[in-house]
Design a protein around this ligand. Structure first.
Ligand code: IMP
Ligand code: MG
Length: 181
């Protein structure tokens, strides 16, 4: 089993680039089908930094011309989520009256996403959809619906495919899970 070292921790291979590709294409196909008959295409808002790789793959696999507007909210320190979500780059005003899809790398406790939904709602979009590549149902503390999920995972800490451990390990095309032993 392939292992990598990120800072002081060891991680083992969890999801190959091929498995990621399949999951991304499934999500993209569902989104494409859902927006097929809409006259106005949605604004896709990927959340920096973690979703940059997923967003690049996802948007390339959509069969429509989506507008893309990156947003940035920060909440995580090391391997701990915090209750303090900070807006670094907010949703653009043009979200008003439009269908908006928020694209995340992972929804864990749901605290960050709930905060972002609140910020976006204030701009009065026509609709809000949530798309996340990974979802940890065991940690989820909220109850907003998640429309598109790439893969549900246990409460393990993962890196790669955009996800980081203290700013490191994002650039791997595969996903690795913390190797406890
Ligand atoms: P939440 O607010 O607890 O849902 O946390 C969401 C954010 O925490 C994500 O956007 C990630 O940046 C980060 N996060 C949660 N779980 C992991 C993980 O397993 N690896 C890396 N980052 C994670
Ligand atoms: Mg994130």
């Amino acid at each position: 089993m392939k292992k990598i070292q990120v800072q002081d921790r060891t991680f083992r291979l969890y999801m190959s680039a091929e498995e990621i590709d399949q999951a991304v294409k499934q999500v993209a196909a569902r989104i494409s089908a859902d927006y097929k008959d809409k006259d106005s295409k949605p604004i896709v808002c990927p959340v920096l930094t973690g979703s940059y790789m997923f967003a690049a793959d996802l948007t390339r696999a959509l069969d429509f011309d989506a507008e893309i507007a990156f947003v940035r909210f920060s909440s995580y320190l090391g391997m701990q989520t915090t209750n303090h979500v900070k807006r670094v780059l907010g949703f653009p005003d043009k979200c008003k009256g439009r269908d908006v899809i928020i694209v995340e790398d992972i929804v864990d406790s749901g605290i960050s996403m709930e905060y972002m939904i609140g910020e976006l709602q204030a701009l009065e979009p026509a609709s809000i959809s949530i798309c996340t590549f990974f979802f940890k149902p065991g940690n989820f503390q909220k109850n907003f619906p998640i429309d598109y999920i790439g893969k549900e995972i246990p409460n393990d800490f993962i890196v790669g495919y955009g996800l980081d451990y203290d700013g490191h390990g994002r650039m791997y095309p595969e996903v690795y899970v913390l190797d406890e032993d």
